[in-house]
Write a protein that binds this ligand. Structure first.
Ligand code: ADP
Length: 530
């Protein structure tokens, strides 16, 4: 027989054992629950996503799911009024929409061809692939312009987002610059010619129409760099704004606000937007039309025009360029409805511009902007050394001195000798390379010398010595100088195209500038009749 003590010890042991078992069982149970949970999760049917297209009957909606259109039910959690085309929906096992999630933010980027009157948009996916897509809800109020880049979901046939890129038209669009004709020295005839060509037809559009006159679509300013072509174009634009404000009885500030000067720099457009030049040109004209539609004058200025519109089929132009010229032609020809848009081109290689662009009805007014002669140069110097500038000698005398120094024909200013194969030779001087820009530089330099001197000695004013030194410095630094231009360029500059050049010999310049062993004489043939 077990004693009481023995039995209770055994009981205690059993109880402890029981507790361990219970704990073990509990742990096992928890484990089973976990496993069961896992099992259930693994066994859950996958959720899928679909794109909301439109509401259908009752609480059903049409969605695009895996490329197929489906009509699905929606759970009560979804607020149907909040759904916009393009919203992503999570579908449950039974393909009922249970949750709206933010739309995708990746996809294809394509170009808008046209916004249709309803919510549809014509886009170009690839050169031969234009499609009609619908706008996602977020885009309802957004203006989509042809040429805009947009993010699309091609499967859902939706335009999701406009992708902002620095648009070419924003880069070239300027307010009409505040430059007037009286800030331009010389060039009286040129200014008269362009005003005749542009202002009268612009300001008297109705009369022109009555008389069946077709206003010129455009003007080409051609001639060496730095001689005022850009200035003229800007002054024309400015004047048009002033005059049209007058005619239409609006304030100058209002007219200025709506006016536009589109400054298109040929090489920049070509390089920055490789492969997109035609599109850029189209955009420029489109923007111009948009701006001009309210009868405000718009000038499109093509600087260094030859870079864009080279003669086709010369071998000089690439395939890309051969499509650029027709694009511009189409735009200019379509200018009929563009009464308020004037195209001004500038070039120093007008011989390289595709002749089709210069034909009647296009840029048919051609104005040559020459290098300043001595008289014009004096005028230009005078503009920059105006009455308000402190001088230490008589202003008129200073201008005379500077002009005669710049236009001197002595050995001091001899710059280069051109030798022709026919035995002729001629010497070109500094004066043959002077431009408005050079003259301005000279005055600016002289002013800087004067400032320095005033600081050092207290004596104020520009003097003849400053001008003399400035001319010398400009002479030796002038960037048009032969070391960096080509003989053809020279021949053209001196109006001697078509003659065979034997050699271009740099000459001993002023101030001990070396006659130049490191400047090799060019031995070059200029294509006859080129
Ligand atoms: P282009 O367009 O012919 O290359 P710009 O009109 O841009 O030359 O001239 C460059 C700068 O040279 C002008 O901003 C101006 O400072 C000066 N300039 C050129 N020509 C003249 C001129 N005829 N009168 C006054 N300044 C001139």
């Amino acid at each position: 027989m077990k004693t009481y003590a023995e039995m209770s010890a055994e009981l205690e042991q059993l109880a402890a054992h029981n507790d361990r078992l219970t704990a073990g069982l509990r742990a096992a149970r928890a484990q089973i629950v976990d496993l069961k949970g896992d099992l259930q999760r693994v066994g859950d049917p996958p959720n899928s996503y679909a794109t909301f297209l439109r509401r259908a009957e009752g609480t059903t909606v049409d969605v695009l799911h895996n490329g197929r259109r489906l009509r699905v039910a929606t759970s009560a959690e979804i607020d149907l009024d909040e759904l916009e085309p393009g919203t992503e929906l999570r579908l449950n096992e039974a393909l009922a929409a249970v949750e709206a999630v933010p739309p995708g933010d990746a996809g294809n980027v394509v170009v808008v061809v046209e916004s249709l009157a309803d919510t549809r948009v014509l886009v170009s996916v690839a050169p031969d692939d234009v499609r009609v897509l619908r706008r996602a809800g977020a885009l309802h109020d957004e203006v989509l312009h042809p040429g805009d880049h947009v993010l699309v979901d091609l499967k859902a046939q939706l335009v999701l987002e406009r992708i902002d890129r620095a648009e070419i038209t924003d880069l070239v669009l300027e307010q009409v610059p505040d430059i007037s004709f009286d800030q331009i020295g010389g060039l009286t005839e040129q200014i008269e010619a362009i005003r005749d060509a542009v202002e009268l037809p612009f300001l008297q559009q109705d009369l022109y129409r009555d008389y069946g006159l077709r206003p010129p679509q455009g003007v080409l300013l051609y001639g060496p760099p730095g001689c005022g072509k850009t200035m003229i174009a800007k002054a024309v634009a400015h004047e048009l704004v002033l005059r049209s404000a007058e005619v239409r009885g609006v304030s100058v500030s209002e007219a200025l606000e709506h006016s536009a000067f589109l400054n298109v720099k040929g090489p920049e457009l070509l390089n920055k937007y490789v492969g997109e030049t035609e599109r850029s040109i189209r955009l420029v004209f489109e923007r111009a039309r948009e701006k001009a539609s309210a009868k405000h004058p718009v000038v499109i200025f093509f600087d260094e025009m030859e870079a864009l519109f080279r003669t086709r089929g010369t071998g000089l132009s690439s395939d890309v360029e051969t499509t650029i010229v027709p694009q511009l032609l189409a735009e200019i020809d379509g200018v009929e409805g563009l009464d308020n848009v004037i195209v001004i081109g500038a070039s120093n290689r007008e011989d390289m511009i595709d002749p089709a662009i210069l034909r009647p009805g296009r840029l048919d007014v051609k104005i040559r902007v020459r290098r300043p002669d001595a008289e014009s140069a004096r005028e230009i110097l005078g503009l920059y050394l105006g009455d308000s500038i402190p001088v230490r000698e008589d202003r008129e005398q200073l201008l005379d001195l500077a002009t005669s120094e710049i236009y001197a024909e002595g050995p001091d200013s001899a710059f280069v000798r051109i030798e022709y194969t026919d035995g002729h030779a001629e010497t070109l001087h500094f004066r043959d390379f002077v431009s408005g820009a050079t003259l301005r530089n000279i005055v600016d330099r002289a002013k800087k010398y004067a400032v320095k001197e005033q600081l050092a000695t207290g004596v104020a004013g520009v003097g003849s010595r400053h001008l003399h030194e400035a001319i010398a410095a400009e002479f030796s630094e002038n960037e048009d100088m032969p070391s960096d231009s080509h003989p053809e360029e020279w021949a053209r500059i001196s109006g001697r195209r078509g003659r065979r050049i034997e050699a271009v010999v740099p000459l001993q310049g002023r101030d001990g500038r070396p006659g130049d062993s490191e400047r090799p004489a060019h031995d070059q043939l200029i294509g006859e009749g080129a």
